[in-house]
Write a protein that binds this ligand. Structure first.
Ligand SMILES: [Zn+2]
Length: 252
């Protein structure tokens, strides 16, 4: 019973944070907007202030039929999507991990979500996302007793991927951003060397599948593919299966 209450609490917190992340994702890359000013959210189309009743995660979107109350412009499906993903990831963190680990994983998933969507829109990995991911990864593995080896793993990954970054960009400019190097290094703080290799594998496979199925269908073959969302997905999955991976390599 107590567990269920905690799980529900994480879900609701995730939905609320997700709603805030929509603001962060929209405003952070824009030079003329600050995250805290204006305090109230506004419609990107008619600039009308959004009332609190129209700002309840997911429910308001459904209640308004996906349209702005004032100008009836369609609200992007992105908003309930970010809220839903954040809510579900917070819920999963609290189901599969003890509460103190779950809290650090929520920092991690927050950073991954903000970073992924900003990368999708702007082809850029934001520093504040990287800081959240680093803090979540480092905290999570440190309370699991992996300090200082988690730091060492991250430094090794940073060295290897920096080298790869310089070589890759010598052959093809902008093929691999330094933000991706930072992202992998921060994940290595949590999931160690072997886990990071698995994250690379999942991210690459997901990227290829996406490219083949969706990108081709839309005829946008030459469009640059942001790698951040795939790295985030791969890394996040590995946090959940890291013990399985470690046990496998310990036995064999
Ligand atoms: Zn409007």
């Amino acid at each position: 019973m107590w567990h269920l209450v905690i799980n529900l609490l994480f879900l609701v917190l995730g939905l609320i944070f997700g709603s805030f992340f929509n603001v962060v994702i929209y405003r952070l890359p824009k030079k003329d907007l600050s995250i805290f000013k204006p305090e109230r959210s506004f419609c990107p189309n008619c600039k009308a202030q959004i009332k609190w009743i129209d700002n309840i995660p997911i429910f308001s979107y459904l209640f308004l039929g996906g349209k702005c109350r004032y100008c009836k412009e369609k609200i992007s499906l992105r908003y309930p999507l970010v809220e839903g993903i954040t809510g579900i990831s917070f819920l999963l963190n609290s189901i599969f991990f003890p509460i103190e680990q779950a809290i650090f994983l929520c920092l991690l998933s927050s950073g991954l979500i903000i970073t992924s969507f900003i990368d999708l829109d702007n082809y850029l990995i934001p520093d504040s996302g990287i800081i959240l991911i680093a803090a979540g990864s480092f905290g999570w593995s440190t309370i699991r007793g992996n300090f200082p080896f988690n730091l060492l793993d991250a430094l090794i990954i940073l060295a290897i991927f920096s080298l790869f970054f310089f070589i890759a960009n010598k052959f093809k400019k902008d093929s691999f951003g330094f933000g991706d190097v930072e992202l992998f290094s921060c994940l290595a703080l949590g999931i160690s060397l072997i886990g990071t290799l698995f994250a690379v594998l999942i991210a690459s496979l997901a990227g290829i599948v996406y490219y083949l199925i969706i990108s081709r269908k839309n005829g946008s073959k030459n469009k640059l593919l942001p790698f951040g969302p795939f790295i985030s997905l791969g890394g996040y999955i590995v946090f959940f299966v890291l013990d399985v991976i470690n046990n496998f390599y310990r036995i064999s």
